[in-house]
Design a protein around this ligand. Sequence first.
Ligand code: C2E
Ligand code: MG
Ligand code: MG
Ligand code: MG
Length: 281
Amino acid sequence: RAKQEGRGRLRFYETRMGVQVRERRQIEHDLRHAVERGELRVVYQPQTRIDTGEAVGFEALLRWEHPVRGTVPPNLFIPISEETGSILGIGEWVLRETCREAASWDNPLRIAVNVSAVQLHAPGFAELVHEVLFTTGLSPARLELEITETALVRDLPRALATLRRVKAMGVRIAMDDFGTGYSSLSNLRAFPFDKIKIDSSFTRSVDTSEQAATIVRTVLGLGRGLGLPVLAEGVETKAELEFLGAEDCHEAQGYLLGRPGPIDRFRDLTTGRPVAAEDAA
Ligand code: C2E
Ligand code: MG
Ligand code: MG
Ligand code: MG
C-alpha cells in the first residue's frame, strides 16, 4: 500500500515537473519575441533627495505585458532571459528606450538603468552604451547604471575593465541591493562606484528592528568614509524616511515617495513645471 502511494506521489511530482518545464520553455520561447512584438515597457520610479524632498532622477523598471499571462514581473523573466541570452536584446532595448525618453525631458533629471551580469560581461557592452548616448544625445552624466554585487563576481577583471570604460564616458555607476551579495567591502574598494543603494530588506524594518537600524547606520558610515552618497530603497513609511533623514542618508526611493509608473504620470517632474489640473485629469 505504502509502495503504491509512493508511486502515485512520484507520478504526481513528475507531472508537476513536466508542467513546470513546459511552462518554462514556453516563457523562454515567448521572451525571444517580446522585444519585436512590442510587449516590453518601462515604468519609472522617482528617486528623491531626502533633505529637500525634490526628485533627482528615476529608476527604470522593466515590465513584460504577455498577451496571455498579463504583466510578468522582472524577477520571474529576467533570470530566464539571462540563462538563454535573450537579456542582451532586452537590455539593449531598455537602455535605448530609457535614454531616448530621458533625453526628451526639459528637466535634466538622472535616469538609472539596471544592468545584468550577462550584459556587463558580454563583449561590446561599453561600445553599446557609447553608441546609445551618441544616438539619443543624452548627456552621459545623466545616465546611471545599477549593478548588483553578484554581477561582479563572475569575472572580476573583465567587469572592472568594462565599468572603467563606461565611467570614463562620464556615466555614473551605482551598487544595487547593497548588503545582499558577496564580498561587498572589497568590491566597494575595487570598483569605481558613485553611489550605494541599500537594499529594501534593511530599509523595511529600520524603525522596528535595532539590527536593521544598525546595519543601515553602518552602511551610511561606510558611504561617508568612502565619499559615496547612499540611497535607501523600498521606503514605505514616514517613520522609515524620518529615520533615514536623521541619519543623513542622501536619497530615498519607495512607495512612500512614488510607485513605479508610466512616465506620463510624472510629467510635472520631467518638465519641471506643475501639470495643469485639466491636463492631469
Ligand atoms: P531593483 O533594481 O532592486 O529594483 C527595486 C525593486 O523594488 C523594483 O521591483 C521596485 O518596483 C520595487 N520597489 C520600489 N519601491 C518599493 C517599496 O517601497 N516597497 C516594495 N516592496 N518594493 C518596492 P521590480 O520592478 O519588480 O524589479 C525587481 C528587480 O528586477 C529589480 O530590482 C532589478 O534587479 C530587476 N530589473 C528590473 N528592471 C530591469 C531591467 O531593465 N534590467 C535588468 N537587468 N533587471 C531589471
Ligand atoms: Mg535597481
Ligand atoms: Mg535594488
Ligand atoms: Mg518598516
